[in-house]
Structures are given as structure tokens and as C-alpha cells.
Design a protein around this ligand. Structure first.
Ligand code: AMP
Length: 591
């Protein structure tokens, strides 16, 4: 890993070398993980008295995959809990774990603790530098420029055993690596640490935007972890711009910023700039008339691109992001999770819908469980969403095949099922390039029907096409629920819409969505009415902001927030129910 610390282009040569011998690097990575952690309680359970120290690398690899079983978070949770409670014995890693990360929990419904070590921050630095070098090849940026980075730390806290806990992004923003990345990529975030870690996302957003505009001519690109935060920030900007212009004109700070540390930090940076304020104000007046189309290039004339995760559950925000970005390239960011980084986007010019991720073979040991869609005749069994084959190593994956990813990490996760479904789209030398498909978990199921997040996304896309064809209204956000409280059970899709829409159009959207679920189990059940008509609930403006606030109130960080695309969370359902202003039942299938 050390060889990649030099110039931006050296890291590309380093990655190319690694890519040539990815299979070897994977075996070495596994051997290193096992040697570092030989003798820990979890591995002893599977290896017993076996001495793995003198084993050949290849033999060790097959011993590992035959003796250590695949695991889920639930299998490792008792160990992680003991670590959180302060058990000092080597349970998962030899090196004591002093920090725990909280996964966002917005996809699984509940936040999970995952070990975080210095290796985690180092890999973040390395993948960011690599991605930055690839981006700079295509979209060169000025050295020493600034980044408008819409990032947010959540609160860090101590576990019962005194370990530091917080989201992975929070640990990263607080780490040395975050500073090193700015120095080595020669681009500097324009917000000070006090703004990033304020703990109040609304105050942070205001200050990010204020500082981003104060330094607007120096901004080289605009970024956030997930695209949701950029869209969320620009929606707020539509309301905040006058206040921001006032602050730039006067060198003052709005009274909505109440946190002393944040006030002090921001006020020490800005001073009155009436000329800039007038320029921004007149641009905003024009932009307002055009519904903020192209706001990003108009206000940040030197920005080269917008950079963020735009794949998976972020895809529904692309339309709005394109509206704000106009012709400016949208570059989709890398693929990772709290457990491990997985792959880098090494083709930054590919559109977000087509982006693939080249697996980082020195970060973790990866295995891939081949997944096969069930045949129509098997689809009546309510067992599982896919049929699985035995896991294969990175070197044996096939183009066009779908897999669930399994990781063995330096942080003490062994053969851990990540729960993401990917497809191998091709190879970069010997490294597979992955398409992110969806979370594996089925989200909508009443009886024999099986629909994933991706299925729902496609259906909502079909429904919202009717909106955009016939009205100026837009879909702000959506979620769903499989309601089985009454017989027959049925799906509910909740939409928040910006703009006026006739009921006739919404009824048509509802019908279209119901008819667009192609899953055989769903279609058959709808025909026989063992699943009732799909219900479309229109919620009032601001409902999804309330949902965001509910999750943030429970410790989620805006930087990692993903709107749950399906929920059975009682609080969230209550919010949705209270905020529903119109309901429609589908007339597809003649009911
Ligand atoms: P978290 O546990 O909060 O770190 O979220 C990690 C999850 O976010 C992953 O397991 C994926 O499901 C999703 N994710 C992360 N990066 C991407 C990406 N580039 N494209 C699509 N989904 C992603």
C-alpha cells in the first residue's frame, strides 16, 4: 500500500500493477489477514488446534474457505458486542479494536456496529486518491483549488466499554487521512472542521453553501458521499439564497446559526464582499425564474464536475441532479460499505447509469456467491429470492453473472455476507468490474411475490414518467410498504410530489405502477386477487424531510443517509400515514 503514496499518477501505475496480478494479491491479502489474526477466538473456533503458520498460501486459502463458514452480522454480533462492552481479549483481531463504526442502518432498518481500525481510514485515503487520479486524467482540476464538499459528521459517543463509536464517515472526517487526502490531491474542502462536525445538518448545510459561494470562483468540483445530500442541499438553497447573499454582502452570519463554535469558525473566514453578493443575487433572480436549472455551473463557473455516489438507491435523484448541474459532467463515486471499500470507478466519464467498480484486491479478501434467478415454475416456493451456488474467489467470476459479495477484512470480519447483489460487467486486466444491482434483501413481499429495491425503482420510474410527460410536477422522494394487516395484503407506494397534479393523472400513475411489477408471483397473485390493488399515497410536502430528521434524531448521519425504499418501521409509517393527503387504488387487473 505504501508505494501508492507519491504523485497522483503513480497511484494509477501502482493500481495497474496490482490489477495484472489480482488473483495473487487476493491470496496474499487473505494470508496476511490470517497471519495477523491467527489465534483470535473466532478463528480458533473453526481452525481448532490446526497450525496455519507453515501452510502454503494456496493451501491456506482453501483451508480457510472449507473450515470457516459464511457469516452474517448476526453471527459476529456477540463478538462485536463483547468488544463494545470492553472485553480486552483477542476476539476478532489480535490488535485491540478501539473504534466501532455504525452502518447507516437506513437500508436494513437498524444500525449495526462494525470494527474500525487504522486500516479502514488508510483504505479510504487510498481509494479516494486513486479515484481522484483517474478523474484528473479526464477532468483536470487546478492544483490548490477548493471543493464544495457537502459532508456531515454524526455525533461520536463511547460504548459501555469505552470504545469510540460513530459512523465510518464521521471517523474518516476526524482522521489524519482526511487532511492528508486534501494535501495529496491538492484540493481543499472549503468548510472548516467545525462546520462538518456541527451535529446539526441544517446549520452545516447553510454554512457549506455560504462558504461554497464565498469562494465560488475557486471551486473546482462539488461533492458529497451520496447524491441525496447534494439534492437536499440545493433544495434548501432555493429557500436560503437571499439570506446567504445578505451574509456575503455584510460579512455576517444568519441568526439561524446558533452553534458558537460554528459561528466563530465561519465568521473568521468571511468578510464583507458586496460586489460578489450582487453578482450572486442577480444570477439567483434569473435562476429562480428557470426553476434553478443549471444552478451549479451558473454559480460555480469553474466547477469541472459533480462527484458523488449516484448508483443503487441514489439513482432516483439523478434527474434532479442533472437539472441542477445542466451540462456539467456527473461523475459517480466509488463503491464501499462500512465493512470495507469494494471498488473504484476507474472510468469517470461513463454516465452514472453505466458506471462500474473495479474491485480493490488488496483491501479485503473477496468471495462471490453466484446467484441465479428462480425459474417461473419454482417461483411458487416462498423459500428465497435467488438460488445460490458455492462462493468463488475473485479470479473465477464470470462476466454477466450476478453475485452476492462476501468479505474477509483486516478489521476482523471473516467470510461476511455483505448483502449486496452485483453483476460482473467486465474486467480491468484481472480485476472484475462490478455493476451494483441492489441490496439482496427482498423488500416487497406479501406471499409468493418477490420484489427487490431495484424492481420497485423500475416501477416507480415508469409511474413517474407519466408525471413528467403530462405535468411540470416532479417526484421528490418515495418509499413503500407491504401491508398485510388486512386480507388480501397489498403494496402501498408513498410519493412526495413538488407541483400540482390532477387526480386523473395520479390515478393513471398508480395503475401504471401496479401493472409494471413483472415478478411472476406478483402478477399471478394480483390476477387471483390474493394480493389486493396497489395503493398510491400522496404525502404532503416536507414529509421525507421529517423522515430524514427522524433517522438523524436516532443517530444516523446525513453523509450516509439513504431513504429506506420500503419500511415496516412503525414511526416512519406513522409519519407517512399522518402526512398522506390523497390515496388512490389501482384499477390494473380490473379491480
Ligand atoms: P453503509 O453501511 O451505511 O456504509 O452503506 C453501505 C451500503 O451502501 C452498501 O452495502 C451498498 O448497498 C450501498 N452503496 C455504497 N456505495 C454504493 C455505490 N457506489 N453504489 C450503490 N450503492 C452503494
Amino acid at each position: 500500500m505504501d508505494r501508492s503514496n507519491g504523485d497522483q499518477y503513480d497511484i494509477i501505475s501502482w493500481f495497474e500493477e496490482v490489477a495484472e496480478k489480482a488473483d495473487l494479491v487476493q491470496t496474499q491479502t487473505l494470508v496476511q489477514i490470517l497471519q495477523l489474526n491467527y489465534g483470535v477466538e473466532y478463528l480458533n473456533k473453526w481452525f481448532g488446534d490446526l497450525d496455519i503458520q507453515d501452510k502454503e498460501a494456496i493451501a491456506l486459502e482453501s483451508l480457510f474457505t472449507s473450515l470457516v463458514p459464511l457469516a452474517s452480522h448476526a453471527d459476529l454480533e456477540p463478538y462485536i458486542q463483547r468488544i463494545a462492552d470492553g472485553d480486552p481479549s483477542p476476539l476478532l483481531t489480535k490488535q485491540p479494536i478501539t473504534t466501532l463504526s455504525l452502518s447507516s442502518g437506513t437500508t436494513e432498518g437498524r444500525q449495526k456496529f462494525v470494527p474500525f481500525t487504522s486500516h479502514s481510514a488508510k483504505t479510504t485515503l487510498q481509494i479516494f486518491k486513486l479515484a481522484s487520479a483517474y478523474r484528473s486524467r479526464i477532468y483536470p482540476i487546478r492544483e490548490g483549488g477548493r471543493i464544495l464538499e457537502l459532508i456531515y459528521s454524526s455525533k461520536q459517543f463511547k460504548t459501555k466499554g469505552g470504545l469510540r463509536a460513530g459512523t465510518a464517515t464521521t471517523h474518516y472526517y476526524a482522521s489524519e487521512e482526511f487532511k492528508i487526502k486534501q494535501e495529496q490531491t491538492k484540493s481543499f474542502t472549503c468548510s472548516p472542521e467545525e462546520v462538518i462536525s456541527s451535529g446539526d445538518y441544517k446549520q452545516s448545510t447553510y454554512c457549506h453553501l455560504l462558504l461554497g459561494l464565498y469562494f465560488c470562483d475557486e471551486i473546482e468540483f462539488i461533492t458529497s458521499t451520496f447524491a441525496y445530500s447534494i439534492v437536499q442541499a440545493f433544495r434548501s438553497f432555493e429557500e436560503l439564497w437571499k439570506e446567504i447573499c445578505h451574509d456575503i454582502r455584510e460579512g455576517s452570519l444568519s441568526s439561524r446559526i446558533t452553534l458558537t463554535k460554528v459561528r466563530r469558525a465561519v465568521l473568521s473566514i468571511i468578510s464583507p464582499n458586496p460586489c460578489l453578493a450582487s453578482r450572486i443575487q442577480s444570477t439567483c433572480e434569473e435562476l429562480k425564474e428557470k426553476e434553478w436549472f443549471c444552478v451549479i455551473p451558473k454559480l460555480w463557473p469553474n466547477a469541472k464536475y459533480v462527484y458523488s455516489i449516484m448508483t443503487g438507491s441514489m439513482q432516483p435523484y439523478l434527474k434532479k441532479l442533472r437539472h441542477y448541474a445542466g451540462e456539467l459532467p456527473l461523475v459517480s463515486a466509488d463503491y464501499g460499505s462500512t465493512e470495507s471499500w469494494i471498488g473504484a470507478n476507474v472510468d469517470p466519464s461513463s454516465p452514472p447509469e453505466k458506471v462500474t467498480f473495479a474491485v480493490m484486491p488488496n483491501f479485503s479478501y473477496f468471495e462471490f456467491i453466484p446467484l441465479h434467478r428462480q425459474n417461473q415454475q419454482d417461483a411458487n416456493s416462498n423459500t428465497d429470492d435467488f438460488i445460490e451456488d458455492d462462493p468463488v474467489p475473485l479470479s473465477q467470476v464470470k462476466v454477466g453473472q450476478e453475485y452476492e459479495i462476501v468479505v474477509t477484512t483486516y478489521t476482523g470480519l471473516y467470510r461476511y455476507r455483505l448483502g449486496d447483489v452485483v453483476e460482473v460487467a467486465g474486467f480491468y486486466k484481472k480485476i472484475p468490474k462490478l455493476n451494483f444491482i441492489c441490496r439482496r434483501k427482498l423488500i416487497l413481499t406479501v406471499n409468493i411475490d418477490k420484489n427487490t429495491e431495484k424492481d420497485l425503482q423500475l416501477v416507480v420510474e415508469r409511474g413517474s414518467q407519466i408525471l413528467s410527460k403530462t405535468t411540470k410536477a416532479e417526484l421528490v422522494d418515495f418509499t413503500s410498504h407491504a401491508d398485510v394487516s388486512k386480507q388480501p395484503g397489498h403494496y402501498i407506494i408513498y410519493w412526495e410530489i413538488d407541483g400540482e397534479v390532477e387526480e386523473r393523472v395520479l390515478r393513471e400513475c398508480c395503475r401504471e405502477m401496479d401493472a409494471s411489477f413483472v415478478d411472476h408471483g406478483y402478477v399471478v397473485s394480483r390476477r387471483t386477487n390474493s394480493i389486493g390493488p396497489l395503493e398510491l399515497c400522496i404525502v404532503e410536502k416536507g414529509t421525507f424531510k421529517k423522515i430524514l430528521e427522524h433517522f438523524i434524531g436516532n443517530g444516523a448521519a446525513l453523509s450516509q443517509f439513504k431513504t429506506p425504499r420500503c419500511t415496516s418501521n412503525q414511526v416512519m409509517l406513522k409519519i407517512l400515514d399522518v402526512c398522506t393527503i390523497k390515496r388512490f387504488l389501482s384499477t390494473a387487473y380490473g379491480s
